[in-house]
Design a protein around this ligand. Sequence first.
Ligand code: HT9
Ligand code: FE2
Length: 378
Amino acid sequence: MSDSRTSTDHAPYDALLLLSFGGPEAPEDVVPFLENVTRGRGIPKERLAEVGKHYFLFGGVSPINEQNRELLAALRKDFAEHGLDLPVYWGNRNWAPYLVDTLREIAADGHRRIAVLATSAYAGYSGCRQYRENLADALEQLAEEGLPELRVDKLRHFYNHPGFVRPMADATLAALAELPAPVRDRARLTFTTHSIPVAMADSSGAPDDPARDKPGGAYVAQHLDVARQIAEAVAAATGVADRPWELVYQSRSGAPHIPWLEPDICDHLEAVHQAGAPAVVMVPIGFVSDHMEVRYDLDTEAVAKAAELGLPVARAATVGADPRFTAAVRELVLERAATERGRTVERRALGALGPSHDRCATACCPNPRGPRPAAAQL
Ligand SMILES: CC1=C(CCC(=O)O)c2cc3nc(cc4[nH]c(cc5[nH]c(cc1n2)c(C)c5CCC(=O)O)c(CCC(=O)O)c4C)C(CCC(=O)O)=C3C
Ligand SMILES: [Fe+2]
């Protein structure tokens, strides 16, 4: 068995692509960005105007691109420090640098086989297949331009990798320490992630995934698995064994008559306050960095709700460019490279669900609007 924590053999890969969502970087970017995100998705105009307002509150600048630049720099540094000579590129789904332009650059630089890290940790159409559809579209565009063919492999979901879970557990403890001492031991842990339509959640994951038969599918099962591990790590570190915790949702969009995952974080804060909770730590396990959902929906909206209730809250940091996370990305690249070379390699994963598959099945996380070409699948 080869060890992807010490190996530097990245064959057959020539490059790593960091694939992300993208965000506006100036007020005049906001509307075109939102048009890119919502093309053909039936999001009500009122919701778009509302989300536009969130961006304008922050000067029309989403924090996500700067965070990806930091992650990119941290990955390059980590790779260089560990003798991994693999170029790292960055491209987005919804804003510059656009995926198709980055792939064109990768091809021009002579690379042909690309490992892809999507900045989305969990299964689901929005976090997985949609990125693979974007890859297929971009590859088709390159083919139309007569450029050499690229092969892309998306790395497995990293939600349960120790390099993702452990920094979040530490961040939860740090947030707990920010609360006033008298309420700390009775503070609840509220894990939060992006709400998605219930139908999208129920069909998330591989067709043979046992979680797919349960309400919420792999999307909810994976979040619950991470939440449970963090709650256990916090219990072990604080000696408080019976601290209540739950998974809640935020950033709902879509038409009101379509069911999305609930409860919403603000409703939840109200409910636990009424039930006598003295304080809450909000842990945004669904998000890799402090992008707009975290800065607005949590740090602005949920914090305002808590203040209105008089409920002390603290928010745990996201993983961002934590060195344990960049090391995890290196490990996942080398793990996959070894697997592609036919080697047996350790696939580290914490929790009860085990490491995710390398290649998605055709029926994995279906597109709610019907089948479309997607790259990097069986
Ligand atoms: C699961 C999930 C993630 C986490 C996984 C991942 O990270 O990919 C995520 C991330 C993000 N979502 C983001 C922004 C938006 N998402 C929207 C809309 C939607 N998201 C959805 C799901 C998710 N989204 C869904 C089911 C919709 C409905 C429309 C559709 O079916 O696609 C809309 C439209 C307006 C609105 O409805 O809010 C915007 C502006 C940003 C950028 C933030 C920034 O600028 O810092 C990021 C990282
Ligand atoms: Fe989103």
